[in-house]
Design a protein around this ligand. Structure first.
Ligand code: NAD
Length: 433
């Protein structure tokens, strides 16, 4: 099929590359000229494991191209995906400006029947707004479909190629759009993953419900970890005992320094806001958000507890991205931790395998961003583990001790064993143990 994907970000580029991988002819559109020029030059605007190779291969085989020309791309397409950002807007609601701008432009560009698929995460009622925006200018028939994306950064290709499920929301009588979406996704659901056809409101809400539930699990486990510290329990033992209950399951039960990223914080806020607008106070989510804000401060509180005064201290940070296997620092707990440390008069030496450039752009010379993990440890009073990249799991502890001014580790991701760290001579703090 001929497809246009509008918005070539973490979602759009993955969706475009994966659809091309299955033989479709895909044009990725973005208004960011620098991003399109980067792709044209054969370079990647983002880091996502496996993406570069897939993008290169499909580009070389003429199934994947890039453009800033939305009109041309839409005219050539049978299906147009909208994968632009929906950042937090006023009062916490999702800002639909990009989505509706694109809808309007798509409407003006239509020359034949086209299926417009909303991939961005959007509140209930957006499919209707998109339909209205297109209808004000379109001279041709079209369908609007809601198809929320559930991929995880860091494993995005695997998630898109082998989804747990595909959710498609259509108008109840729009059999043609439903048929086209089933055909498009047939190669991705061959192994038995269900394609779930539903109304657009249910599809739109499904995405928020999934992210809000995952955020709730994280905040819940962070609170359990905090209680563990007070009562002398070990959250690792509690987590395993709880997770082995099949009704609960073992994933997403790891405590830490709070959730971040471009999705959970904004989607929790947007669901709170849209429920509130309909007169419903979503009390659990209010607590989930408050717990998360407090948890992001927790590591610095532990540092204050140990050092009393952080002024003049040098703190090394391993990990800046909001999770491993991405260069994305949007809403990363590392940002809160760094801001707090700087405000308390500490200096920060940080390292991340992929997010160094992002951190340099954000913090400039307010922190030292190092190219190697051990460089960050030079004369550090303490090391904070903020993102659980694999390369931090088995470091050379002897070398660490030699480089650091004092062997103190604040592990925000519980990647080391407390007994082992103590045996190695480290003063070691972690979460809930
Ligand atoms: P992103 O910021 O990485 O990418 C969005 C892209 O859209 C940018 O490149 C921007 O330049 C482009 N854009 C904005 N307005 C445009 C316009 N008028 N015309 C053309 N291009 C335009 O965002 P993302 O992380 O890919 O997220 C996109 C959407 O997908 C959001 O709604 C997000 O909530 C949702 N989502 C994200 C993830 C994730 O892991 N990042 C997962 C599932 C769903």
């Amino acid at each position: 099929m001929k497809i246009a994907v509008v918005g070539t970000g973490y979602v759009g580029l993955v969706v475009g590359a994966c659809l091309a991988e299955n033989g479709n002819e895909v044009v990725c559109v973005d208004k960011d000229e620098a991003k399109i020029a980067t792709l044209e030059a054969g370079r990647m605007p983002i880091y996502e494991p496996g993406l570069e190779e897939m993008v290169r291969r499909n580009h070389a085989e003429d199934r994947l191209s890039y453009t800033t020309d939305l009109r041309g791309a839409v005219r050539a397409a049978e299906i147009v995906f909208v994968a632009v950002g929906t950042p937090t807007g006023e009062n916490g609601s999702a800002d639909l400006q990009h989505v509706l701008d694109v809808a309007y432009e798509i409407g003006r560009a239509l020359t034949k029947y086209t299926v417009v698929v909303d991939k961005s995460t959007v509140p209930v009622g957006t499919a209707r707004k998109v339909r209205e925006a297109i209808a004000t200018v379109a001279a041709h028939p079209f369908s609007v479909v809601s198809n929320p994306e559930f991929l995880k950064q860091g494993a995005a290709i695997e998630d898109f190629m082998k989804p747990d499920r595909v959710v498609v929301g259509t108008e109840p009588d729009d059999l043609e759009a439903a048929r086209i979406m089933r055909e498009l996704y047939a190669p991705f659901t061959r192994t038995g993953a269900p394609i779930m056809m539903m109304d657009t409101a249910s599809a739109e809400l499904s995405k928020y419900a999934a992210n809000a539930l995952l955020a709730t699990r994280i905040s819940f486990m962070n609170e359990i970890a905090n209680v563990c510290e007070l009562v002398g329990a070990d959250v690792d033992e509690v987590r395993k005992a709880v997770g082995s209950d099949r009704r609960i399951g073992s994933s997403f039960l790891f405590p830490g320094v709070g959730y971040g990223g471009s999705c959970f914080p904004k989607d929790v806020k947007a669901l709170l806001r849209s429920s509130g607008e309909r007169g419903y106070a979503f009390q659990i989510l209010e607590a989930v958000e408050a717990v998360n804000e407090a948890q992001k401060e927790r590591l610095v509180c532990k540092m204050q507890g140990h050092f009393s005064d952080l002024a003049g201290r040098t703190i090394a940070l391993w990990g800046l991205a909001f999770k491993p296997r991405t260069d994305d620092m949007r809403e990363s707990p590392a940002i809160t931790i760094i801001d707090r440390l700087l405000a308390l008069g500490a200096s920060v030496r940080a390292y991340d395998p992929e997010a160094g450039a992002t951190a340099r752009a954000r913090f400039g010379d307010r922190i030292a961003v190092c190219d190697k993990s051990y460089d960050a440890l030079a004369n550090a009073d303490a090391l904070a583990i903020v993102t659980e990249w694999n390369e931090f799991r088995e470091p050379d502890f002897k070398k660490m001790r030699q480089l650091m001014r004092s062997p103190v580790v604040f592990d925000g991701r519980n990647i080391y064993s407390p007994e082992h760290m103590r045996a190695l001579g480290f003063t070691y703090f972690s979460i809930g143990r």
